[in-house]
Design a binder for this molecule. Structure first.
Ligand SMILES: Nc1nc2c(c(=O)[nH]1)N[C@H]1C(S)=C(S)[C@@H](COP(=O)(O)O)O[C@H]1N2
Ligand SMILES: [Mo]
Length: 184
């Protein structure tokens, strides 16, 4: 990952971005980024809403990527409008792509064990994220998802765009109140 990309992801962390720029100024930009031995994610500054562990390369605690909402929302914004099996009519969901999140933590492997606040857990093939542009939603109908109602993070599939997703095998992967992902 390039230093510039890191700086962009650090958006909002102006202090640390300036410190990074200062450190980079001591040596040529390209070599400082390329020779960095291990990749460390920025530290969360707000409440941790999602922990990713398992087969990931980029961490900010031993073996874990602890993410606050800002770190998640620094990823590119995406939208899916779809019906769901638990709401009426078409809803607009805003959030970030699961694939971008997996890239951010440097995930490798076959599947993601998604675990929710209520201990619900299900294995999701990593291929789904790229195949369907699966969303990690933070908002429904323009409003932030609350923990009291499927939030703060809900995995959303574009089921209206792919008839094969209208199936119980996929319904069970729509994990709401998601709070941990173990990459396997
Ligand atoms: N956090 C959480 N997410 C969950 C579940 C759950 O119990 N807890 N149930 C799953 C199942 S089994 C299905 S079929 C879909 C829809 O659940 P529902 O029809 O029971 O509302 O959400 C999935 N996501
Ligand atoms: Mo279910």
């Amino acid at each position: 990952m390039s230093l510039l990309f890191q700086l962009r992801l650090a958006g909002g962390y102006r202090g640390s971005a300036i410190m990074l720029l200062g450190a980079a100024g001591l040596m040529p930009l390209a070599s400082s980024a390329d020779t960095k031995p291990a990749h460390h994610l920025p530290l969360p500054t707000g409440p941790v809403v999602l922990v990713v562990d398992g087969a990931i390369e980029h961490t900010n605690f031993p073996g874990e990527a602890r993410l606050d909402m800002q770190m998640i929302e620094n990823l590119p914004a995406h939208t899916i409008s779809t019906t769901t099996s638990v709401t009426d009519g078409v809803r607009k969901f805003d959030g970030v792509r699961m694939q971008d999140l997996m890239n951010y933590v440097g995930a490798s492997g076959e599947s993601a064990l998604a675990v929710a606040l209520n201990d619900y857990r299900v294995d999701i093939p990593l291929a789904d994220f790229d195949d369907y542009g699966v969303l990690l939603a933070t908002h429904m109908s323009g409003e932030r998802l609350q923990a009291s109602d499927k939030g703060p993070l809900w995995i959303i599939y574009p089921r209206d765009d792919y008839s094969r997703l209208m199936d119980i095998r996929y319904d069970v992967r729509w994990v709401w109140q998601l709070n941990r992902i173990t990459v396997e």
